[in-house]
Design a protein around this ligand. Structure first.
Ligand code: ADP
Ligand code: MG
Length: 274
């Protein structure tokens, strides 16, 4: 085949790097970035007289970088995180009880994830618990970790169905691939859901191995509604808090404050013009 003879030639004939044969080999080896860039980079290498290893390094570096970017994209797509809820859009001054430095430390050093430690966020509705925990999730994905955000009651439903079908262990094992599992709104798990104790099993299963982040608008003292019996509530709380960071967000609802600000500002305007 003519392409092959050109490729094997030791003469200075310019080889088209994106030749059919090379293209096919790169497809076989699943190297799409090198396939896309080979033409340009080989041409650049020829004109600038790069040593062979420089060309090889440049091609591989692009492939590795793009592979990493694709991996992070995949992790973000599977995470169920709301795209807009990032740290950059979170106003820490609205929640003085939460230390920005502490949250940044959680996003920067991820050794707590390796230890399977937890983050628990408490506060009334509208104070930014879901936003902040999502922002933490995004930061961990940026750091190469896998995260799943789910409403706690949805996950309990899913685990209950798995238990009915005798595949609870398999379903719990599937969740193991996530370094951080975010359970949003634990307090909304209904009484009848509590009776199956799947949530307790999930907490026990991940204890000291894989991290959980939980938001709740009720304190531990009211978690009795979420678990079957007091002993189980105690055991669940005990496991969760053993290695955990607790963020108390006891401020007024951000939503309500934002709505009030909108209502107040026209009045101010009127006053100032009087
Ligand atoms: P919670 O989960 O505590 O009920 P949310 O996280 O859903 O509260 O916050 C309610 C709304 O207010 C969301 O749109 C969220 O993005 C916004 N919000 C809350 N707190 C903040 C904050 N500190 N900075 C920016 N936006 C916030
Ligand atoms: Mg919420």
């Amino acid at each position: 085949m003519s392409t092959a003879s050109i490729t094997n030639s030791t003469t200075t004939t310019t080889v088209t790097p994106t030749s059919t044969r090379l293209g096919m080999m790169l497809t076989d080896l699943r190297l799409p970035t090198i396939k896309r860039l080979a033409g340009d980079l080989c041409a650049q290498s020829d004109t600038q007289g790069w040593p062979a290893h420089r060309l090889l390094e440049a091609l591989l570096e692009h492939e590795i970088n793009e592979r990493e970017a694709r991996r992070i994209d995949r992790h973000r797509n599977e995470s169920g995180l709301s795209p807009a809820k990032r740290l950059s859009s979170f106003d820490f001054s609205a929640v003085p009880s939460v230390s920005k430095a502490q949250v940044m430390a959680l996003t920067e050093g991820t050794e707590w994830i390796d230890r399977g430690a937890n983050v628990l966020l408490f506060g009334p509705p509208g104070v930014g618990k879901s936003h902040l925990v999502s922002a933490l999730g995004h930061a961990l994905i940026d750091a190469g970790r896998r995260v799943l955000f789910t409403r706690c009651s949805d996950l309990v439903q899913r685990l209950q169905a798995a238990r009915r079908d005798l595949r609870l262990p398999q379903e719990l094992a599937k969740l193991d691939r996530f370094d951080l599992l975010i359970l949003d709104d634990l307090s909304y798990v209904r009484r009848d859901q509590a009776e199956t104790s799947v949530l307790f099993e999930l907490i026990s299963e991940r204890y000291e191995r894989k991290s959980l982040a939980i938001t709740a608008n009720t304190p531990f003292s009211q978690w009795g509604d979420v678990f079957v019996e007091p002993a189980m509530t105690l055991a669940a709380v005990d496991r969760l808090v053993h290695h955990s960071t607790i963020l108390e967000m006891n401020v007024e609802s951000y939503r309500r404050r934002a709505a009030q600000a909108v209502q107040v500002s026209p009045t101010r305007k009127v006053r100032s013009t009087q």
